[in-house]
Design a protein around this ligand. Structure first.
Ligand code: EPZ
Length: 420
């Protein structure tokens, strides 16, 4: 299994291009199932999760491939009428976002059999809100042998009020509603930029959607959708991770392609910590201060501070000149990186869903273990600041959501290498 070795103490400098968004790409790939014609997705990140979903689409009988000669960043997906609307356990267990095929399959093919995703390292992550939405649109839903069986001759528009804001739940029910008969209203919907990007593509496919990006989305159902050519938005979490890399090393980095409007809360916290962050025509530039300041953070739904940046910011605050309080309000088990940061000399105390981070002067390199995607990024960031070498094991977690992070950091001067 690969490891990434980081020798700390280098001030990062220069510019780096951010990749397309993982969390926008996955629902867009599922949405391609709705179109009667091929869909071309551009600016797709080259990630393990994308490979898994391509495999799932092919298993169902869709044409799904990376377009040759496009550096693995362009996908062509075409689902004909003979698709088998089933997502097997073996693929869904590898990537729980596979559940995003449920809405499109149900809407276009009238039935879907999808393995129930289990929990994951960061939480139980049930899909009750997804199923609540499909039932409201008139689908018959049953759970059998670990699979969700969903059926509906034609879905009917309805009002769906989510009891909890859910990103993929909003996306899944939105993709079902676009082919339902009549009007659907999604209340307490997720407002993430990835939901907006999905709505943009669906609208270009012929759907009628109002209010994406707000907590109230209205959909006028149509009878059919066509394929589309769509360019995926930049990855705001990768952008945030690279901004933190600049800040934690006292560096000066331009993250090209970063969208300021998608990162308000993250930029706000970096500025509170003493960083200079400016939006430029190309992206976002971050200059780290000689000394970082403590900051209190609460993770919430967009446009609040994203839970997917919590671990990375914790690495930064572990070397601030004071005490920060971080509250994780989205997932019940997202402090797995704390024990590993402590191995590097961080002073962090966890009480329930709150972590008290007492900044230390220096971290020291150590062998550490990645436990989930964002935790692995946090350990690499801490390694950039630590004295000596940090050896991060189980980086397959990282490869699920970052395209060549160590290569990008190398272009900024980091001594980060992948060791097979
Ligand atoms: C999306 O996951 C992202 N994944 C996650 O990114 C991200 O952390 C999360 O949204 C929150 O921003 C993708 O977009 C592929 P949720 P999702 O449904 O949709 C509870 C990363 O690092 N809930 O918004 O699965 C749930 O347990 C990943 O890239 C229910 O109770 O998250 C959680 O506590 C990790 N019932 C909360 O809501 C439901 O039916 C928010 O989850 C659905 C969710």
């Amino acid at each position: 299994m690969d490891q990434i070795h980081v020798e700390g103490g280098v001030r990062l400098e220069g510019e780096v291009q951010v990749s397309g968004s993982k969390n926008a790409t996955l629902p867009l790939m599922a949405a391609a199932l709705l179109g009667e014609g091929p869909t071309l997705l551009r600016n797709v990140p080259d990630l393990a999760d994308v490979t898994t979903l391509l495999q799932l689409l092919r298993t169902m009988g869709a044409d799904a491939e990376r377009v040759p000669g496009a550096e693995r960043h362009v996908l062509r997906i075409h689902a004909g009428p003979d698709v088998v609307p089933e997502a097997p356990y073996d693929l869904v267990r590898r990537m729980r976002a596979s559940v995003l095929v449920l809405g499109p399959l149900l809407a276009r093919f009238g039935r879907a059999r999808v393995s129930l995703p289990g929990g994951c390292a960061i939480g139980a992550r049930p899909i009750d809100q997804h199923l609540k939405g499909f039932r409201a649109l008139g689908a018959a839903i049953s759970l059998e042998g670990g699979y969700v069986e969903a059926r509906a001759d034609r879905l009917r528009g309805a009002t769906v009020r989510f009891d909890k804001v859910t990103v993929t739940g909003t996306e899944n029910v939105l993709m079902a509603a676009v082919l339902a008969e009549g009007t659907t209203v999604l209340e307490n919907a997720a407002r993430e930029p990835e939901v907006e990007d999905l709505a943009r593509a669906l609208t270009a496919m012929g759907a009628r959607i109002q209010g994406a990006g707000s907590d109230l989305i209205t959909v006028e159902g149509v009878t059919r959708l066509h394929g589309v050519e769509h360019t995926v938005i930049a990855d705001r979490i990768e952008s945030g991770t690279l901004l933190v890399a600049a800040a934690i090393t006292g560096g000066d980095v331009l993250v090209k392609g970063a969208v300021a409007a998608h990162l308000d809360a993250v930029v706000g916290k970096l500025r509170e910590a003493g960083c200079t962050v400016v939006a430029t025509p190309d992206g976002l530039r971050c200059k780290g201060p000689p000394q970082l300041h403590p900051v209190d953070v609460q993770t919430t739904e967009h446009p609040g501070f994203p839970t997917d940046m919590q671990a990375q910011l914790m690495a930064l605050l572990s070397v601030a000149d004071g005490t920060s309080v971080m509250s994780e309000n989205i997932f019940e088990n997202r402090f797995m990186h704390v024990a590993e940061l402590r191995r590097m000399g961080a002073d962090i105390r966890v009480e329930g869903h709150t972590a008290v981070v007492k900044g230390v002067h220096t971290l020291s390199g150590a062998p550490v273990m990645a436990t989930d995607l964002r935790a692995s990024a946090s350990l690499i960031l801490a390694g950039l600041r630590a004295s000596g070498v940090t050896r991060v094991a189980r980086v397959y977690h990282l490869d699920r959501g970052y395209e060549g992070l160590e290569r990008k950091l190398q272009t900024l001067g980091a001594r980060a290498t992948r060791v097979k």
